[in-house]
Unconditional design. Sequence first.
Length: 307
Amino acid sequence: MGRNIKDYIVIGLKGMAMGAADVVPGVSGGTIAFISGIYEELLGSISNVNLGLLKTLKKDGLKAAWKQVNGNFLAALFTGIFVSIISLAKAIKYLLENEPILLWSFFFGLVLASIIYIAKQIYKWNFITVLVLIFGAFLAYFITTLNPMVSGDSSLLYIFFAGAIAICAMILPGISGSFILVLLGAYKPVLDAVNNRDFKMILVFMVGAIVGLLTFSKILKWLFAHYKSLTLAALTGFIIGSLNKIWPWKETLTWRTNSHGVKVPFNQQSITPFSFEGDAQLTMAIILAIIGFVIILGMEKFADYKK
């Protein structure tokens, strides 16, 4: 695939958008990858990391192996993700703590438009397709309503599987990997391991994430190759069901104390803006939701223009 510096800068910017989304609990970087048109290439590139890659490296050298894994694309994308997480984490954290309604409204509009974008790519609609979409929506919605575990098993085997499951969720549009960690009760042990520099647990978590990523990317690639419409329908359903998680107006049912000793929301439920206690910021929330919606439509029009 012939690309120039400008193309890789654009890919890096898409990676930054993915990183920004992953920083927000409840928003999936996979959704951003899908609506920015790089999702299938990302899956294909990741799935090329296999034993065949080692054979290519041994037989034809580093240059051939780098080309086989689409190294330039992955390097540009993950550089963007890393830069975004490092540079935007504090800003996103500030907005989550001080302007949560406005931040969630923007992402709600963005994700809502992405549903239309992905659904339009389903070329074969029938009863099974609709059924798969509905099942995906109910499954994702059910996940968003689960009560998080206070603390999970912190054994290395549990952390390994938590990493594998969370990374699978992270590349699925509509499902947040960090939220899955919270549900599994593994978020605090992993966070503590990072803060305490428990490199053994961090390494086990990373190995689990790599195993999960390489395995699940191959499954998704196969599904796209053989059942594209059904796969798109399931992903569309996942995103529809996940809207509950990013609904701007929430009522906190229970609280928890984080690793810094600060009380933060633990279990929340969606409510109407008219039932919200305090300033619902309804006008500004609608404006930001529209802006998020228009951004996705603009990206779609730009992609059509380039074609």
